[in-house]
Design a protein around this ligand. Structure first.
Ligand code: MN
Ligand code: MN
Length: 469
């Protein structure tokens, strides 16, 4: 059975809508390169759409009723949005979920060192990357530094006009014969991903003789950090600085049908989920969007999907709506339906042998459903039920959403995890869905504009009708 190219069903006028939505998304990922930046922007977008902070509702003792909209932020790195439906929440929620962390390189806690008049930051990469892809290119630094006095400094260098950029240098090809004989995993070692950040000493030497003073370049760099950004070397201990590819996402192809940029995984699902959530009017069943951190390292930690934050917040929302009991919360979760959205691997014409062509996602062929992910015997996958998929097919067809079903690659080659299995532990129906990506986990990934548009349509339809599944 063949899938169709989603572009072919649209008129020129409709294509304008697709391009306009894709342009909003392009701006979003160009600006939001960390989970914190995604949350800040999501709060802005939610507030404009009438969403209120759940903490304010709780502290002021207000109640929630059908049509009310609230958000809850977890440690500035994850966010939940609720659109309270007319039906009791016990009957289940319609949940969209995606992650807002992306592979990158993090600055270590004691990072600064000087080597032969060059200053570098030592790093530890985050998520699964082909390390050799992240060298010899322009990088930016986004993050925060928490001072002892409680003040939080925001750092964002490399993406604004006139900003300097940074680089993990690579060995020149002329000397790389030995390096190039190594297998890909070891061409660039994790411990060698050190970021070049400075090369100029502190001051003019007092005399012609070589100064006894050491590390003058590092001194100069620390002085700049103090003056320009207000922090000292010791403050790196309580910093979260993420090294990300510098520059904006760009249109890709002569037809501008694609977007190439950093962090499609998984903002290409997060953004349309967020937009579908905030533009949806009063619903029959409560609509929820989860944008969560730490998926790329196993959904662990307080801001990852395995944290109790989601469950606790559902309890708080039900309490404010006068619907709380321990049993009601359990029923609400068990009766929920979820689209757990993450990127899927798109068929790559340069590497056809890695894909099984009947069961891979194609760029431009619409939103992707993965019944299961996993590898070698579906290991570790959430296997969505046939009944659930059957009804989702009807929702997609009724709403003219172009979709395709896929696996990541050939059965025994490899796989990847998502947040789907975590929500499935409540006994709710969950399926992996999302958008196909080329160059997954590379510094610049590629998606099709029509695919993100089909995802938006899919999420709108699911928030309206998912509960009838
Ligand atoms: Mn990923
Ligand atoms: Mn992902």
């Amino acid at each position: 059975m063949e899938t169709i190219n989603a572009w072919s069903k649209y008129t020129d006028a409709e294509k304008k809508k697709i391009f306009s939505f894709a342009e909003d998304y392009r701006k979003f990922i160009s600006k939001c390169k960390t989970e914190r930046e995604c949350v800040t922007e999501a709060v802005e977008i939610a507030k404009k759409a009438g969403y209120k902070d759940l903490n304010d509702i709780i502290s002021s003792g207000k109640k929630l009723k059908a049509g009310d909209k609230v958000f809850a932020v977890n440690m500035k790195k994850a966010i939940l949005l609720f659109n309270i439906g007319k039906k009791p929440m016990e009957e289940g929620l319609n949940i969209l979920g995606a992650h807002i962390d992306s592979p990158r390189i993090d600055v270590k806690q004691n990072p600064v060192y000087e080597d032969r008049d060059l200053v570098l930051f030592d790093t530890h990469y985050y998520g699964g990357i082909k390390k050799y892809q992240w060298v010899a290119r322009e990088m930016a630094i986004h993050g925060v530094v928490a001072l002892k006095n409680g003040k939080i400094l925001e750092v964002n260098v490399g993406d604004n006009p006139g900003d300097p950029v940074f680089c993990v240098t690579d060995l020149l090809v002329h000397l790389a014969q030995k390096q190039l004989e190594k297998d890909g995993e070891h061409v660039v070692e994790g411990e060698d991903l050190n970021l070049l950040v400075g090369s100029m000493p502190e001051k003019k030497r007092a005399s012609e003789k070589i100064s006894d003073e050491k590390e003058l370049v590092k001194k100069n760099l620390l002085a700049i950090l103090k003056k320009k950004y207000g922090f000292e070397e010791a403050d790196f201990l309580s910093a979260e600085l993420e090294i990300v590819p510098a520059g904006e996402a760009r249109d890709c192809g002569f037809d501008s049908s694609m977007i190439m940029g950093y962090g499609h995984d998984d903002r290409v699902c997060s953004y349309p989920s967020l937009i579908a959530q905030v533009e949806t009017d009063t619903l029959e069943k409560t609509g929820v969007t989860i944008l969560v951190d730490k998926e790329e390292i196993g959904s662990v930690g307080a801001t990852g999907m395995t944290s109790r934050f989601f469950e606790n917040t559902v309890a708080e929302v039900m309490d404010r709506a006068g619907q709380y009991s321990e049993l009601s919360v359990r029923r609400a979760l068990a009766n929920s339906k979820m689209l757990s959205s993450d990127v899927s691997s798109a068929y790559d014409p340069n590497y056809p042998s890695f894909f099984e062509t009947k069961n891979v996602a194609y760029l431009g062929h619409g939103v992707v459903f993965n019944k299961f992910t996993g590898v070698r015997g579906k290991s570790g996958s959430n296997d969505a039920s046939a009944e659930y998929i059957g009804r989702l097919r009807k929702i997609m067809d009724d709403n003219k959403v172009t979709f395709q079903t896929a696996e990541l690659g050939k059965v025994d080659i490899g796989g990847g995890g998502t947040i789907a299995y975590i929500l499935a532990t409540y006994g709710m129906h969950v399926i992996d869905s999302g958008v196909a990506v080329l160059n997954m986990h590379a510094p610049a990934e590629i998606i099709s504009k029509v695919d993100i548009y089909e995802a938006l349509k899919c999420y709108r339809a699911f928030l309206r009708d998912g509960g009838n599944v």
